[in-house]
Design a protein around this ligand. Structure first.
Ligand code: S3P
Ligand code: PEP
Length: 433
């Protein structure tokens, strides 16, 4: 794929549905005996992996352009799959299902693509074992993961202080906890995305949250009652266009119906700290708040430090935030973000290799990066690579929007993982490419 500057971005788009919320909605709706409609879901490859797995377990799931209908016989009627459950590129599917599948009365095996096979699963296996889950991983810490082989899990509660800042670990424990015979208590160091907690509450499940502490009552699965769900737009997808509008001169765009949950809105805080032109208009608050975001070009952005409790609120946005910081005046720092190393790629390495080859000046550190803003030199190559990481592919495409000479992005199809109509939206904001 080749891309270069196309002039200012103008107009309005609705980014696709939130990936984290879509996964959770498919999972809970599948556990429930009945029909649930999920409106405006993300139909990216990661969510299709989740859907295919529940189809293998016997759930009837139909898909149209703007909804998913989950018609489930309920988890008690699930069938034992003949095959490995393939999670593709999706860490969320892999980790959350380790918890959920523990509650089923048969053996399952989870495995994914080459990237998933390198991602740490020990962080899930260890607390799930403490809960009595029968789970084994390759070398105890990777996929394939085998659940309930030989003996079924007898799931107990747990009192767990999270050693990593990860909503996937928290959610795996909560999904296993639905089947636990005693209370599950989780304490987080820094609060990570809380979509599981909000959706459990919305689905009649007894879960209490007090600041960074969560308590889930025993055998909550018996209480599950689903309602139809409308998925807000994904702020992690909106982030690419927020940055595009800020760095492409004369741009002004409206991103409508974006989820602005406080555990996810770090990018908005960052843009405000940098002095960027951004306006957030809240439209509705059901389980999840939804807003329109208006953002326009800002020539004079301040350098900042991003650290601590802000990191989990913007972890997936860091590749494109690095590009934004490279346009600020002076030295910015991203720290406490070692989790970047265990995403689809090591996103410290892939951001630094690709943006520095474009001529930007970013130094990697052990837990983030130092971005020297406004100190660009000539690019050293014209061919770039997503490394099969959707967020690196899209970050490069946004970087291209200020390049007079085109850049070529290899393995660009990775964007289908989370944003299948990404290029259509660039076109929509500009006319022809
Ligand atoms: O729970 C979720 O839906 C997610 C949690 C985050 O991962 P970690 O839990 O590994 O931080 C995030 O990076 C991922 O894209 C989605
Ligand atoms: C890290 C991501 O997703 P996952 O962990 O589900 O693969 C992401 O979408 O950036």
């Amino acid at each position: 794929m080749k891309l270069k500057s196309i002039g200012p971005l103008q107009g309005e788009i609705s980014v696709p549905g939130d990936k984290s919320i879509t996964h959770r909605a498919i999972m809970l709706a599948s556990l429930y005996n009945g029909e649930t409609v999920i409106y405006k879901p993300l139909l990216g490859e990661d969510c299709l992996s989740t859907i295919n797995i529940f189809r293998q377990l016997g759930v009837n799931i139909s898909i149209t352009s703007d909804k998913i209908i989950v018609d489930s016989p309920g988890y008690e009627a699930f069938q034992e799959p003949d095959d490995v459950l393939y999670t593709g590129n999706s860490g969320t599917t892999t980790r959350l299902l380790c918890g959920l599948l523990a509650g089923l009365p048969f053996k399952t095996v989870l495995d994914g693509d080459d990237s998933i096979r390198k991602r740490p699963m020990g962080r899930i296996i260890e607390p799930l074992r403490q809960m009595g889950v029968n789970i084994k991983g390759n070398e105890n810490r990777f996929t394939p993961v085998v659940i309930n082989e030989g003996t079924l899990s007898n799931i107990n509660g747990i009192d767990y202080v999270m050693p990593v800042k990860s909503a996937q670990v928290k959610s795996a424990i909560l999904f296993a906890g639905l089947f636990a015979n005693s209370e599950v208590r989780i304490t987080e160091q820094d609060i990570s995305r809380n979509h599981t907690e909000l959706m459990f509450n919305q689905s009649n499940i007894d879960l209490e949250v007090d600041d960074n502490k969560i308590v889930l009552k025993p055998l909550s699965i018996d209480k599950l009652k689903m309602h139809d769900i409308t998925v807000p737009g994904d702020i992690s997808s909106a982030a690419f266009f927020i940055v595009a509008a800020l760095i492409v001169p004369d741009s002004r765009i409206v991103l409508s119906n974006v989820g602005t949950n406080i555990t996810r809105n770090g990018i908005i805080e960052v843009v405000k700290m940098m002095g960027g032109n951004i306006e957030v208009i809240e439209r509705s608050v059901n389980a999840e708040p939804v807003s329109d975001i208006i953002v326009s070009y800002t020539g004079d952005l301040k350098a900042i430090t991003i650290e601590g409790e802000l990191i989990p609120k913007l972890i997936d946005e860091i590749p494109v935030i690095a590009l934004l910081l490279a346009h600020a005046n002076g030295k910015s720092v991203i720290k406490d973000a070692e989790e970047l190393k265990v995403k689809e790629t090591n996103r410290i390495d892939t951001v630094v290799s690709e943006l520095n080859a474009l001529g930007y000046n970013i130094q990697p550190t052990h837990d983030g990066m130092i971005v020297h803003g406004q100190s660009r030199v000539d690019r050293t190559r014209n061919i770039f690579d997503s490394f099969n990481d959707h967020r690196i592919g899209m970050m490069l495409a946004i970087a291209a929007l200020i390049e007079l000479e085109p850049i070529e992005i290899h393995r660009f199809e990775a964007v289908n993982v989370s944003y299948p109509n990404f290029l259509d939206h660039i076109k929509q904001l500009k006319g022809d490419l």
